[in-house]
Design a protein around this ligand. Structure first.
Ligand SMILES: Cc1cc2nc3c(=O)[nH]c(=O)nc-3n(C[C@H](O)[C@H](O)[C@H](O)COP(=O)(O)OP(=O)(O)OC[C@H]3O[C@@H](n4cnc5c(N)ncnc54)[C@H](O)[C@@H]3O)c2cc1C
Ligand SMILES: NC(=O)c1ccc[n+]([C@@H]2O[C@H](COP(=O)([O-])OP(=O)(O)OC[C@H]3O[C@@H](n4cnc5c(N)ncnc54)[C@H](OP(=O)(O)O)[C@@H]3O)[C@@H](O)[C@H]2O)c1
Length: 523
């Protein structure tokens, strides 16, 4: 409040005390200063300065009026794409943002990653929808950037391009037997139960007794939870009907979640662990021996890790409370954490036709805390199982030969979202910082990228003059036979999904077949 009052006082004081001016140019002739010939030269200079200032002022106004709205393009419609667009639209009143997406539908991992039993997480879709409905934003679905249109073509059409295309691949285990039937990446398994078109035919065989999940992150816990949740608890979620059918027939009784390091290095978080501990019809299996000596060490670790480890420790070493004991007594299913085990080979069945187990290298830690490394001791352990799910992380792919890419880190090299050595090119989300972090983390980093882009725009670092934006790209796509879908097309598909889900009491029944979707849009 104070600075605004202060500015108002200065401005009104100046208005009151300035000499009377005809029009906007000061009339120096009548003043005492002019009557003194010694001042004449100084006054002439002063007048010229004022006139020049006025001319510049008018020019500035004219530039603003003539200024072309910045045309910005975002690649990817997951949280990173939408949060970047939101920031740009909010902080630049003229900016126009086109969001290109390879799928026919928007929202990235919010639709195809977030677990169906976590519907509250998907509420961010409401905010994204508001952004997409802005008159200055357009969704261009069904366009694969790097295939249907090249990044340099986008750069030529827009003032700036933001790459927010996530991490579409999975990290491979690179061990023998990885290709055997019965081995899946968690990414594909998640895509299957969440209706990702490319994974709709996955049909995992759940007729085995034991499943092994490699990796101890939140995706591993999502997958374990979906495998073990009583199917009737998933019936009212947006899980696909096909996946629910397979889960209803599942004979999986035990799920091992295997980590190459120890309890102090698990990558999952406390909320997700608590959900597992409280999962109906299941009981946890933790070996107290894995937790020996941990009580003393947890005093030194940061608070979130401390609370997580205390929960693990309690679950491993204490008798369950009355409520937990009552829930666990009739449990027919179990899940367990196995530590200090690194995947070495997927073991084939006797006929060699599918996975029948996994050989794990026993490890020990070198170093302490988060940075400790797992090194093999030389011992191994074989764990029989009929299903292996590798959940060791996602991975970004390079999108275009013209865009720098760090294959080791799996990111586009960047400084706070500015792609290194490519002016006008930016990145946000998982492709900017690697495949970790929740939606809130992605939001913060996308806002930062948006901020950098606007700073560059203000500093005149982006190409001057008008850019054609979508008009140029539309012509290119049309010449290549690509027909993008709009946000209102998505809203039609959305309405259809909601209506199909209604009969079964589900929030929606996802459409899985792109051809069917295009048919519904009259294509
Ligand atoms: C299984 C799973 C569950 C998760 N659950 C949660 C959760 O419960 N809560 C939470 O806060 N976070 C969760 N996360 C993390 C969260 O999903 C990520 O932080 C976030 O989605 C990353 O956003 P992004 O936009 O970078 O990537 P994405 O969400 O992957 O979006 C990238 C988009 O780019 C598109 N795209 C890719 N290539 C191209 C191309 N060539 N041309 C055009 N478009 C392209 C993709 O189709 C996609 O729509 C989960 C992650 C996973 C993997
Ligand atoms: N509910 C939620 O909020 C939710 C749900 C799902 C996902 N997410 C987020 O999405 C992000 C991605 O999750 P994520 O689980 O895919 O990744 P992650 O958190 O990075 O976990 C990957 C796990 O794989 C292990 N791993 C990596 N390479 C390995 C190898 N070669 N051999 C054996 N193990 C290996 C890691 O162990 P090391 O630590 O030893 O490398 C770690 O345990 C995370 O930030 C997560 O929090 C959030």
């Amino acid at each position: 409040m104070a600075p605004r009052c202060w500015r108002w006082w200065h401005w009104s004081a100046w208005r009151r005390t300035r000499p009377p001016l005809p029009g906007s140019t000061p009339n120096f002739e009548g003043s005492d200063e002019v009557r003194d010939p010694a001042n004449a030269k100084v006054l002439r200079k002063k007048r010229r300065r004022v006139q020049l200032g006025e001319k510049l002022g008018k020019l500035h106004l004219l530039t603003l009026l003539l200024e072309q709205p910045p045309q910005i393009c975002v690649v990817g419609s997951g949280p990173a794409g939408f949060y970047t667009a939101q920031h740009l639209l909010k902080h630049h009143p003229q900016a126009h943002v086109d969001i290109y997406e390879k799928q026919l539908v928007p929202f990235g991992l919010v639709r195809f990653g977030v677990a169906p039993d976590h519907p509250e997480v998907k509420n961010v879709i409401n905010t994204f929808t508001q952004t997409a409905r802005s008159a200055r934003c357009a969704f261009r679905g069904n366009v694969v950037v790097g295939r249907d249109v090249a990044v340099p073509e986008l750069q030529a059409a827009y003032h700036a391009v933001v790459l927010s295309y996530g991490a579409e691949d999975h990290r491979a285990l690179e061990i023998p037997g990885e290709e055997l039937p019965g081995v899946f990446s968690a990414r594909a398994f998640v895509g299957w139960y969440n209706g990702l078109p490319e994974n709709r035919e996955l049909a995992p065989d759940l007729s085995c007794d034991t499943a092994v999940i490699l990796g101890q992150g939140n995706v591993a816990l999502d997958v374990a939870r979906i495998l073990l949740t009583p199917p009737e608890h998933l019936e009212k979620t947006d899980i696909t009907e096909a996946a629910l059918g397979v889960l209803r027939q599942s004979r999986v009784k035990t799920v091992w979640i295997v980590g190459r390091r120890g309890p102090l290095q698990v990558a999952f978080t406390i909320k997700e662990l608590r959900e597992m501990i409280q999962l109906p019809g299941t009981r946890p299996i933790l070996d107290p021996a894995d937790f020996l000596g941990l009580q003393d060490r947890i005093k030194e670790v940061p608070r979130p890790r401390k609370r997580l480890t205390e929960l693990l420790l309690r679950t491993a070493t204490e008798k369950p409370g009355t409520e937990d004991a009552a829930r666990q007594a009739p449990a027919s299913r179990a899940w367990g954490l196995r530590f200090f085990r690194s995947p070495q080979q997927v073991l084939p069945s006797p006929d060699g036709r599918r996975a029948a187990g996994i050989r794990l290298a026993v490890t020990r830690l070198e170093g302490v805390g988060e940075a400790a490394r797992a090194v093999p001791t030389g011992d191994t352990e074989d764990l029989p199982c009929g299903l292996v799910l590798s959940s060791v992380g996602y991975k970004s792919r390079p999108i275009d030969p013209s865009v720098p890419f760090d294959p080791k880190l799996g990111v586009i090299p960047n400084m706070e979202g500015r792609v290194v050595d490519v002016p006008g090119l930016y990145c946000s989300g998982w492709v900017k910082r690697g495949p970790t972090g929740v939606i809130a983390t992605t939001m913060t980093d996308s806002f930062l990228t948006g901020q950098m882009l606007l700073q560059d725009l203000k500093a005149g670092l982006l190409p001057p003059g008008p850019r054609p934006g979508y008009a140029a790209i539309e012509a290119l796509l049309s010449s290549r036979g690509v027909r993008p879908v709009s946000f209102s097309d998505w809203e039609k598909l959305d309405a259809e999904e909601v209506s199909r889900g209604k009969g079964a009491g589900k929030p929606r029944e996802k459409l899985l077949d792109p051809q069917e979707m295009l048919g519904l849009l009259g294509r």
